[in-house]
Structure formats: structure tokens, C-alpha cells
Design a protein around this ligand. Structure first.
Ligand code: ATP
Ligand code: MG
Length: 454
């Protein structure tokens, strides 16, 4: 569809984009979405324009400091990851879309409807409304804010309903109310948002029938190792579900304060890097792939937007080494995020706390380039990649040593997580960086990058 048609068609039905500044609702701009071309998978056409009142406000901040500067301009895209990624970050993602479809008699509603169904509970501060909202109302009294969010006591019921959906089954009408909590937040795995008794929000991640080990227990163990390495990690706990453990991770973008909840603006590294819609995945290991999908590129973003670049670079580097050590090769750009600095006026960001660190089976290469040997999962590659991320060799050695110290004791964490010996065997087989180290130990000519001190 030509762009002029998009404008003509969607003029009737824009979405109004709001954020929260000092816990007040502020109209940011207008989003037009169109995915009605009839093609499968459905391509997207979207445009966004800041509201004049927002541009005139001294409190305004750009939704994306790199791709969406505060200018009176129509920002357009044909991809969910490009230019307007900041808005798509806050909308339902692959998992949410499959639940919405199940709730919609198996038909995928329009992109606009998907955004509205997110109810403002997606990651970060943004919310999308089909009509203009009264900015004078308290955020807590918005219909979106009062919509049902599952309580801890409902987790097992949600788990059973989502498992039915995951296996292609029909959803009983009685459970519709519960479903809504499970499509607001991003990612591809089954999950839901839950509220604890104090009103704090958590993300519950559920098992899948086909998982060959309990991924929730492994993620919990990985998060606890990261915490002991000294990384910024949200509170996490395991509870027993019907089909395995359920991982609960505290939401880092919301905080209950007095009568209300504060919302922090969030941006994924994918949005900030904004890969070209024409990028062909087969070019992943060619120069354009290296320039776009690499830890070095995320480091460049940190240098541009972080209020504490030296600390964030070290944290990013440690996360990269951890991903090598625990074989989390699913380290794609949506699995790194940034939160706007508490003092929003600076327009600066910090790396968000860590999330989605799961040991992966069957994928030898990382999603992001690590060092001179590309996406190879080895400590040597990570050490050699340090310079490009502005980490000095001594600091890199120190970080690798710290990560190895803790992760070499991973069996203690697995035991605390309740993993079985059979599961641990499967997980151990995934650890290719450690296997490489063992091979090197047998090779008298090789001097390894680092090895555990313990
Ligand atoms: N603790 C948290 N607080 C707030 N938002 C979070 C938190 N953890 C994750 N998120 C957001 O939710 C999204 C989905 O979470 P996560 O990446 O853990 O799920 P996933 O389904 O395993 O993802 P993937 O599709 O990468 O496998 C993240 O991309 C991030 O935007
Ligand atoms: Mg993820």
C-alpha cells in the first residue's frame, strides 16, 4: 500500500501515545499503524509524530534519543525494530500476540488493536489509547490501570490456561479476564504479569511442554550467579507450578510509591540500534551484520546515551562474558535494555537490570558478535573483543576471572534451584566455552585467555 493511502486510511483512527512524567499523564504524540496489506507475515507500516504541546513542554524527553529527536516531523517505518522500536518495545510481542489471537477466535486483530490491548502494562512508561485521555486524571484512576492483573494466588490457573493456548487448545470464556495479564509484556515465551500483596508487579515465566530441562530453574540459577558476580539483577524467586517451576522476576520499570506506581521509560538495544528493514539475516557474519548485531555496537550506544558510560560498559562486558560462560546464545538485541535515568531531565539512560539469561541448547553461535572470531562462544573470543568495547586488557581479565569463579561453581546454584542430575547433564553438555577450555588444557602450545582461579 502506498504511504499516502496509509495516511488517508488511518487519519480516522490514530493511537494516542502517553507517557508519565512525575507520575502525571502526558500526551506525547500520535501513532498510525497499518498492517492490512493481506500479506503473511503481515508487514507493518507505521508513523509517529510528536504532539505540538509535547514539543513545547520543558519536561519533554525524546522517546528515543537516537532515532526520535524532539522535532516536528513524521517518523515512518516499515519494521517493528526500525526507527519506531521505542513504541513497539511497549506493545505486546510474539507471545502476547499468540494469546491475543487465541482470545480473538483464532484471528489476529489489527496492529492497532494489539497496541490497545496492551493496556499500558507493557515494559516502560508508554501507554496507547484509542482516544485522547484527560491529562488531569490521576494515572492510577485510568481504566487501564484498574484492569485486572493476576494475583500470586492465580498463577497456577494462568499457567494451565496458557499451556492450553500454547498447545493450540481453545480458551474457556471463564478465563478471559486472566488472559489479559499475559499479553502486555514482550518476549516469545509463555508469561504473565502478576501483582503481589504490596501492589508490586512481577513477571511470571512458565514452562513449556517441549523444554528438555526446566528453563525457569536454570534462569533463576543464572540470575543468582550474576548477582554474586556483582551485576545489577532484579529480585527473582521460584515457585512450584503444575508443569515445572515458575520464575518470578520483579519488574524494574515500575515501583509502588505511596498511592501510585511510578513508570520508567524503557528502550531495548534493538530500538536504539534500529536495524535496517532491508537487512538480510544471511548477512549476519558480513561487515553490516557485525556493525549492527554486536556487543561492540551496544557499547557504542552506551557511550552515546549512558549517564555512567564507564560503569555500563563494564556491566555490558561482564554480561557478555556471563553469556559465554553459561552458554546463553539467545543474547539478541531485545534482550538488552535501557532505563531512562531517574532524573529524567538529563535525557540520559542506564543499562536496565539483567533479564532473560537462559542456557541454550543446540545453538553454537551467539546472536551478537563477541570478538574477532565473530559469534563464537569462547572466553578467548570475549577477551579479544574487549578493546572494541573500550575495556582495557587488565579489566577484561579481571571480569573474566570473576565470572569464571562464580560460574565454575554453577552446580551449587543448580542444586539450590532444584534441577535434577539428568537435567544438569543436559545443561553441562551445552557449555561449549568450558569444553573449549578443557580441550586447550590438553594442548601444551595454547595459552588460554583465562581460567578459573578456584
Ligand atoms: N524484570 C523486568 N522488568 C521489566 N521488564 C522486563 C523484565 N524482564 C523482562 N522484561 C521485559 O519483558 C520482555 C520479555 O522478557 P524476557 O526477555 O525475559 O522473555 P522471553 O519470552 O524469554 O524473551 P525471548 O523472546 O527473548 O526468549 C523483555 O524483552 C523486556 O522488555
Ligand atoms: Mg527476551
Amino acid at each position: 500500500m502506498p504511504r499516502s493511502d496509509l495516511r488517508a486510511k488511518s487519519v480516522e483512527s490514530p493511537l494516542y501515545v502517553y507517557t508519565a512524567i512525575d507520575r502525571r499523564l502526558v500526551w506525547v504524540g500520535t501513532l498510525n499503524l497499518d498492517d492490512s496489506s493481506g500479506e503473511v507475515p503481515r508487514p507493518i507500516l507505521a508513523d509517529f509524530r510528536y504532539a505540538p504541546s509535547y514539543l513545547a513542554s520543558p519536561a519533554a524527553y525524546p522517546l528515543d534519543p537516537i532515532n526520535l529527536p524532539l522535532r516536528d516531523e513524521v517518523f515512518r517505518t516499515t519494521s517493528r525494530f526500525h526507527v519506531l522500536g521505542a513504541l513497539f518495545d511497549a506493545a505486546p510481542d510474539a507471545w502476547g500476540r499468540s494469546v491475543i489471537r487465541a482470545d480473538n477466535a483464532g484471528l489476529m486483530p489489527s496492529e492497532r488493536e494489539v497496541f490497545v490491548r496492551g493496556r499500558g502494562l507493557g515494559v516502560g512508561s508508554l501507554l496507547f489509547a484509542p482516544q485522547m485521555l484527560d491529562e488531569a486524571v490521576d494515572l492510577a484512576s485510568l481504566p487501564q490501570a484498574s484492569a485486572h492483573v493476576a494475583g500470586f494466588e492465580e498463577i497456577q490457573t494462568v499457567e494451565a490456561v496458557l499451556a492450553t493456548i500454547d498447545e493450540g487448545g481453545q480458551v474457556d470464556d471463564a478465563w478471559r479476564d486472566l488472559l489479559a495479564s499475559s499479553w502486555d509484556i514482550g518476549g516469545a515465551r509463555p508469561k504473565t504479569i502478576v501483582r503481589d500483596q504490596a501492589g508490586e508487579l512481577w513477571i511470571a515465566k512458565f514452562p513449556r511442554a517441549r523444554d528438555s530441562f526446566d528453563r525457569q530453574r536454570v534462569e533463576w540459577a543464572n540470575l543468582e550467579m550474576a548477582r554474586d558476580i556483582g551485576m545489577d539483577v532484579p529480585q527473582a524467586q521460584l515457585i512450584e507450578g503444575r508443569f515445572g517451576a515458575v520464575l518470578l522476576v520483579h519488574r524494574f520499570d515500575r515501583a509502588v510509591e505511596g498511592q501510585g506506581t511510578s513508570r520508567r521509560h524503557y528502550l531495548s538495544a534493538a530500538s536504539l540500534i534500529s536495524p535496517s528493514p532491508s537487512f538480510d539475516k544471511r548477512d549476519m557474519d558480513r561487515p553490516q551484520g557485525v556493525a549492527t548485531f554486536s556487543y561492540a555496537r551496544v557499547a557504542d550506544v552506551i557511550k552515546r546515551i549512558s549517564s555512567s558510560p564507564a560503569r555500563d560498559l563494564q556491566e555490558l562486558y561482564a554480561r557478555m562474558v556471563l553469556n559465554v560462560a553459561i552458554h546463553n546464545t539467545d543474547d539478541h538485541l531485545k534482550n538488552t535494555g535501557f532505563l531512562k535515568h531517574e532524573d529524567g531531565r538529563t535525557g540520559r539512560y542506564r543499562l536496565s537490570p539483567l533479564f532473560d539469561v537462559v542456557t541454550q541448547e543446540g545453538s553454537a553461535k551467539h546472536m551478537l558478535h563477541i570478538g574477532p572470531v565473530g559469534r563464537e562462544s569462547s572466553f578467548d573470543n570475549a577477551l579479544a573483543g574487549a578493546a572494541r568495547m573500550s575495556i582495557k586488557p587488565k579489566a577484561a581479565q579481571e571480569i573474566i576471572g570473576r565470572v569464571q569463579d562464580v560460574t565454575s561453581r554453577r552446580h551449587d546454584y543448580y542444586a539450590r534451584a532444584g534441577l535434577t542430575d539428568r537435567e544438569i547433564e543436559v545443561i553441562d553438555r551445552c557449555m561449549s566455552a568450558w569444553h573449549l577450555l578443557e580441550d586447550f588444557e590438553e594442548d601444551p602450545d595454547h595459552v588460554p585467555a583465562a581460567r578459573p582461579r578456584g
